[in-house]
Design a protein around this ligand. Structure first.
Ligand code: SF4
Ligand code: SF4
Length: 83
């Protein structure tokens, strides 16, 4: 499941550089997550790095992008070119 950033985001900028997939980018008003790139950090880390650093806890799972752990791992491999 990809994660999403809610409108509680205060644009503090700390999550963007932490994302190993470069899935986080500045949107029109708040930061946003590209669901095609977010693997919930599967393949890179044990926990979602953006959630770890977000000071206002505004990065929940995106119910519009439900994915299993296996699918996230496939996505990670496609994104990184790793087998
Ligand atoms: S969970 Fe990981 S891959 Fe997804 S946006 Fe956050 S840091 Fe990036
Ligand atoms: S860490 Fe949280 S509050 Fe800061 S920019 Fe990212 S989503 Fe927004």
């Amino acid at each position: 499941m990809a994660l999403m950033i809610t409108d509680e985001c205060i644009n503090c900028d700390v999550c963007e550089p932490e994302c190993p997939n470069e899935a986080i980018y500045p949107g029109e008003e708040i930061y946003e997550i590209d669901p095609n790139k977010c693997t919930e950090c599967v393949g890179h880390y044990d926990t979602p790095q953006c959630v770890e650093v977000c000071p206002v806890d505004c990065i929940p799972k995106d119910p519009e992008h439900v994915e299993t752990e296996d699918v996230l791992m496939i996505k990670y491999k496609l994104l990184t070119g790793k087998e």
